[in-house]
Design a protein around this ligand. Sequence first.
Ligand code: ADP
Ligand code: MG
Length: 451
Amino acid sequence: MLGALRTTTSRAVVDSWLDKVALVQVDGNAVTLQVGDAQLADCVEHNYLEPIASALTTMLGAPAHVALREVPPTDMGPQTVALFPAERAPVRQGLPLELLPSDADTQEWQDLAPRFNFDNFVVGKANELAAAAAQAVSQAPGQVYNPLFLHGGVGLGKTHLLHAIGQAARQRNPGLRVRYVAAETFIDDTMSAWRSKDGHARSDVRALYRHNVDMLLVDDVQFLQGRTPMQEEFFHLFNALHQSGKQIVLSCDRYPSELQQFHDRLRSRFDWGLVAELTPPDRDLRLAILQRKARDLALPLPYDVALYIADHLRNNIRELEGALTKLTAHARIGQRGIDLALARSVLGPLVELPSRNLTAEVIQRVVAQQFGLKITDLKGQKRHRSIVEPRMMAMYLTRKHTSMSYPEIGRVFGGRDHTTVIHACQKIDWQIKTDASLQSAVQSIETALGK
Ligand code: ADP
Ligand code: MG
């Protein structure tokens, strides 16, 4: 999970805060974390519970409930330490330090993750254009598509491709200065430079990103949405690099024109080069990926089990990995081989067969009826509490009783982002366990739905 958070959250955050959080228990989807002091508990609770929950959700393949326990350091057993061996990414490599501005010495670039390479990226219809473009860019940086803009939903391989491009390019040309940065890290770095009293800090950050860089890989640029001064800063960085022929590769969870609250001039630069989409994998690709991962893990995965997973987990590739991880863990704990019975018992509850005739439309109608709302209220933007809660319930029930993916649910609920849907599902799932009146409201809707 820390590994996953490192790719989406700033390194500094992971190293200074999240590294000190220990995992004490995983019981189904209920995950208990433990921290050693109140300040840290507060910080994690307020700022990072959501990213943690969403990282866990993708790993477990179902909404995760995260509980945070605060325990004085002396009570944290030695196994806590063992759970997180100091697995820090190496300091940036191969840079002549004297060429860097002074402050940049303390900055560290996140290193590329060797486990994300072209060799283990399985190609199918869903990603072949993106993969081919990525290969091309890695072979001729700055010469074919600049920028290369990769977009697609969560868990479809954007981060994987970014790292793969960087590594392949570096392999071809070891002198090439390849830099990977999560957009959030760029934002953090720039923010702290702006806040710093030191007048040089601002120009130092600019220097860090503009000099000593031949290829810049920026992950998740959607985080720049709504941040006008930050977009300004990024716009100048983009221009500086582009004008000097440096390769820029961007990833995003949506198409450039779908970016909200975004400078047109920056948005339009995003499709100067090539825009390539990663779509959810079809069944063949899901199967191929499962088999490839099993092979890499030296995991005997019977074909019927692979089929079972591929048929039931259809949203993204991270889910498939999560299923394999879960199965392996259960097989190991139970000291048994992986077979269909095990897969059914372990994964069944997560992938419950959707009922035949229940659709999002029916659910929306019943929920609206129960709360005296209009269906358009559920799809609309009103933020009033009396609407927000039923809307979240309806999304939750749609996820539970249909086979629709989060992005699909988002679309039928007025074009909402899939992360909004995930959040709604997690919230209701949690409240059902803690709020009796909400629980009975959900139950009565389910009865009305014939469940
Ligand atoms: P994104 O950045 O789009 O959310 P990631 O790149 O983090 O998704 O991919 C999620 C997981 O799925 C990663 O562990 C990645 O290695 C794996 N993955 C994604 N696409 C493929 C693929 N085509 N072949 C093999 N593994 C993949
Ligand atoms: Mg990613």
